[in-house]
Ligand binder design. Structure first.
Ligand SMILES: [Zn+2]
Length: 338
């Protein structure tokens, strides 16, 4: 895959996002465009109103659930590994391991292969297909947790912290703050994997995407609306809610001495934990940590690393030190899904 075209001549960082010139399409554009390829359903990557959208069927289903009529004019689903030619570019999708439907976008043009990874992680996740390393010339990476201080602990240890607290205080319940898309369903699946088999209660804002995950074949066990719970059921119960929703919700006062927990990769920062007022921080991230970023660069065999968003300075510096040709693309508008 060497001696091909110089990819900076055909993939351009624009104000709307990455533009693949010989195919005439944008990747994860930040505003409505004529033709978009979307890596996954998080709001900073998937936006409504494009003319034509290409993505996995799961991502299109997530976008339809979130945007309804405004999803776009024409959608096309592409299965992982299915190849398509758009203009002078050959394109296919590979699993990114980030959330249900998440895909790396593999681009081949003039003898060069570029992989745009979107957001990705390397840990096993029961709710999505695992990241698949694709050999390439240029690997385009995020750097959300691109500092050496970020070392995500094993998920199982984090889930065990919560289950131990509930075992210790059986009269209390736990409320876990999670983002609605991806984190919520993954934490539920991890609880099930750890043997927690009671019904899990959901704040109303989480119900639709949990239902969608189940429709798409992800097992989540028994789920109940927290609004329907009788207070007598809630000792030892687990309630999922979006961060900040809990204490303001009408059902909150019925919870027996809730243990406040939250699942986020950012909770490895002690300052974040102190500010949030939570008792049990669950360091569970849907992004690669520092070591996993560099393991991935090695696994894909790319000589060149382009960094899209996050802690790009540290990653670029360290990648160059390790012999990669690395540069920041300075794309704006990406961050944690809100
Ligand atoms: Zn994402």
């Amino acid at each position: 895959m060497s001696a091909g075209s110089r990819p900076e001549t055909w993939i351009k960082a624009t104000s709307a996002g990455l533009f693949v010139e010989p195919g005439g399409f944008f990747i994860d554009p930040g505003r409505a465009v004529d033709r978009a390829v979307v890596s996954h359903g998080h709001g900073d990557h998937a936006r409504p109103g494009h003319g034509r959208i290409l993505a996995t069927a799961d991502t299109l289903a997530i976008m339809a659930a979130r945007f309804g009529e405004r999803v776009g004019h024409a959608t096309q689903a592409l299965a992982y590994g299915e190849r398509l030619t758009i203009g002078a570019v050959s394109l296919w999708l590979a699993p990114a391991g980030h959330i249900l439907g998440s895909a790396q976008i593999v681009l081949e043009h003039a003898g060069t292969r570029v992989v745009v990874s979107g957001d990705y992680k390397r840990r096993p996740d029961p709710t999505c297909a695992p990241f698949e390393p694709i050999t390439c010339d240029v690997f385009v990476t995020e750097a959300t947790f691109g500092l050496p201080i970020f070392q995500h602990p094993p998920d199982r240890d984090e889930i065990d912290k919560l289950l131990k607290a509930l075992a210790l205080f059986p009269e209390r319940c736990a409320i876990i703050g999670v983002y609605a898309l991806g984190k919520c369903q993954r934490v539920i699946a991890l609880l099930r994997r750890a043997g927690y088999d009671r019904p899990i209660y959901l704040d109303g804002s989480l119900e639709r995407l949990c239902a969608l995950y189940r429709q798409r074949g992800v097992a989540l066990g028994a789920l109940r609306a927290i609004g329907d719970a009788s207070p007598g059921d809630l000792a030892g119960a687990i309630v999922m809610a979006q961060p900040g929703v809990g204490p303001g919700a009408s059902w909150f006062r019925y919870l027996p001495e809730p243990i406040m927990a939250r699942a986020s990769g950012w909770l490895s920062l002690r300052r974040r934990v102190r500010q949030s007022g939570i008792e049990i921080p669950l360091i569970i991230s849907d992004h690669a940590d520092w070591a996993e970023l560099f393991a991935t660069f090695r696994d894909v065999g790319a000589g060149t690393i382009w960094v899209t968003h996050g802690q790009e300075d540290a990653i670029v510096h360290e990648a160059r030190r390790r012999g990669f040709d690395a540069q920041a693309l300075a794309l704006v508008g990406y961050g944690e899904d809100a």
